[in-house]
Design a protein around this ligand. Sequence first.
Ligand SMILES: [Zn+2]
Length: 288
Amino acid sequence: MATIDAHVHLYPPEVLADPAAWAAACGEAHWTRLCTRRRKSGAPVQLFPCLDELLRDLDAAGLERAVLLGWYWEKPATCAVQNRFYEQCVRAHPDRLAACAAVHPADLDEIRRTHEAGFVGVGELSPHSQGIPVDDPRVIELLHLAGELGLPVNVHVSDPTSHRFDGWVDTPLADFTRWAELFPLTQFVLAHWGGGLAFDPASRALANVWFDTAASPLLYDATAWTRALAAVGAERILFGSDYPLRLFPQAEQASGLGEFVRQARAEMPETARAAVLGANAAEVFARR
Ligand SMILES: [Zn+2]
C-alpha cells in the first residue's frame, strides 16, 4: 500500500517569485497574512516550492503519493487558477498526485468542473475564513453536492484552545459536528486533528468523519498520536503534513516533512501505520 501525504498545498509558478505581490493583485489579503508571515526569528512560516521540489521532498520523506489541497481563497477566480494548475500537476504525475478542488461557495460550478476533470475531493474548505456563515444556503448546497458526487470534503478546523497568531480565524467545533450530522452522505476530513475533535472519543460516533494530522508538530506535542488513536482509532486518521509549511521551525530550514513522517512512525504501533500513512487516504479519496 502506497504511503500518502493527504494534505499538501502547492502554487502555480507565477506565485512563487513574489507571493505577496501575486496575492495583492488577486485580492487575497487573508492568504497573504497566513502564508507570507514570518516568525519572531524572522524566518518565513512556509516555503514556496515548485512541483519538482515537492516530488523530491516526498521522495526524501519516503512518501509515494500526495493529495494536493486547494486554498480557501476569498475570490472564486483564484480558486479556478489554482484548480487549473492542479489539473496540470496531476496530468503530469498521475502516479504520484491527486487533487482536491479549491472551492468558493459563490461558484459551485467549479465543483462540477473539477469533478469532471478527475479531482478526488473538495477542499481545503473554510467558510469561516471566507466570511460566509456555515448555514448559508450556498454552503448547504456545496456540501450536498459534494456528497452527491462522492467527493470527500477536507475542512480547515482550528483548535479553540490553541494559541492565536496573525490571521487566526475562529472555527467553532460544533459547526463541524453539526455538518456531519446534517450531511450523512458527505465524507468529511477535518484537518489539523479536527481542532481537537480527534482526541474526543465522542467523535467516533460520527461515521462520516475522518481526521488529518496537518501541521501537528506546530500545534501539539507528539502525544497527539496516541491520544487520537485511543479516541477515534487508526481507521479514522489520515497522515497529512500541511506542506510546505515549516513543521519544525526551530530545528530545520526545510519543510520538516521527513521528520514528521519519522514522528508518525515512531508514535504509532505497527498495526496502525499502514492505515494512517496511506490506506485510509486511498479509501477516502478513491473515486466512486
Ligand atoms: Zn488548514
